[in-house]
Design a protein around this ligand. Structure first.
Ligand code: GH3
Ligand code: MG
Ligand code: MG
Ligand code: MG
Length: 314
């Protein structure tokens, strides 16, 4: 337990994009002059993106994931309220805070903004000082909640995703692959003779090896939707959406090569260096998405171990 606590303390805030990069704010208004006013106030402190319609705002949010949106209410075609509701209904952009900027004076108009999912409300004409402070306060809150979420889903020792995140991710990706009739591959990856490694070199060396192995595996899974997670102990799992059995074998070969290329000396391994064993299972539309993909990968992993390790089975 101590081990885990110590490991958590070496997570740096700068590991998380929210704390290392300049904040990005999307300003939405059908009148370019209004965007310009806000740009003059905030442009020196933040990166500003612009949209002049609700539809364009949704597209910019989806493509660029800004940290905050400043939204006009009255716009032709799709107003700010409807745009905000659409954002809140779309999982990938639902967490981006929206502040309405409006000339509206009526209580009902303000209520409509809160009901659409706004975090705040700023009156036009905009007061520069108020805008600065409101934006700053909401960006700070957003960064803190992003960080908390990251910590809840990231393994403290290896900084790859943890088991909790893997469970959720796999369910979501399996559902998406079924919907689009695409295959999905799972690789269970277990370090060979790791108990002996610890016994010979100590637990701290073991922890260090775990970190290096995790980083090397992450570098092998390059598609944006690929995921590497720590499954537990010295076991990792890769989820590869839209990947066939052949694609999975290719990635498995790449991982095996990458791990032995790390050349981490292992005094009690027949290979002389740290190696891994892999079990592959694929969910495939042609096979009716057979259940228990992780269990199937685990059975294949067991076979790899029996066959002498440092390889894969499928
Ligand atoms: P096999 O090739 O059959 O997988 O053998 P193994 O020794 O790797 O498998 P076993 O399940 O017997 O042992 C796993 C070892 O992994 C036990 C434990 O010492 C080590 N381990 C698990 N988690 C950690 C960790 O967080 N840090 C370190 N240093 N070692 C760990
Ligand atoms: Mg307007
Ligand atoms: Mg194991
Ligand atoms: Mg092992």
């Amino acid at each position: 337990m101590n081990e885990q606590n110590n490991a958590m303390s070496d997570i740096q805030l700068s590991d998380f994009p929210a704390f290392s990069e300049q904040a990005v704010i999307l300003v939405v208004d059908d009148q370019p002059i209004n965007i310009q006013v806000i740009y003059q106030i905030l442009g020196g402190s933040y990166k500003i993106l612009m949209a002049t319609s609700g539809a364009q705002a949704i597209k910019v949010c989806t493509d660029s994931l800004p940290d905050l949106v400043l939204m006009d209410v009255l716009m032709p075609e799709q107003d700010g309220l409807e745009t905000c509701r659409q954002m809140k209904a779309q999982e990938t952009i639902a967490d981006i805070p929206v502040i309405f900027v409006t000339a509206a004076q009526q209580q009902e108009e303000e209520d409509a903004c809160w009901q659409a999912g706004a975090v705040d409300f700023i009156q036009k004409p905009v007061n520069a000082n108020t805008l600065h402070h409101r934006v700053n306060a909401h960006l700070t809150l957003k960064k803190q909640s992003d960080l908390l979420r990251s910590l809840a889903f990231i393994d403290g020792l290896t900084h790859v995703y943890n088991r909790r995140y893997f469970d959720q991710f796999l369910q979501k990706q399996l559902a998406a692959c079924k919907r689009h009739q695409m295959p999905l591959a799972v690789l269970l990856i277990d370090i060979d003779h790791f108990k002996l490694y610890n016994d010979h070199l100590g637990h701290l060396a073991g922890d260090d090896a775990l970190r290096r192995v995790a980083a090397a595996m992450k570098a092998c899974c390059l598609r944006p939707n690929d995921l590497i997670a720590r499954y537990g102990g010295e076991e990792f799992v890769a989820v590869l959406p839209d990947t066939t059995a052949e694609g999975a074998r290719f990635v498995a070969e790449k991982i095996l090569t990458a791990i032995t290329a790390l050349a981490i000396p292992h005094p009690a391994s027949q290979y002389g260096v740290i190696s891994v064993s892999i079990g592959i299972a694929v969910a495939d539309p042609r096979l009716g998405y057979e259940a228990g993909i992780t269990e199937r990968a685990d059975k294949q992993l067991y076979l790899t171990k029996q066959r002498g390790r440092n390889g894969f089975s499928q």
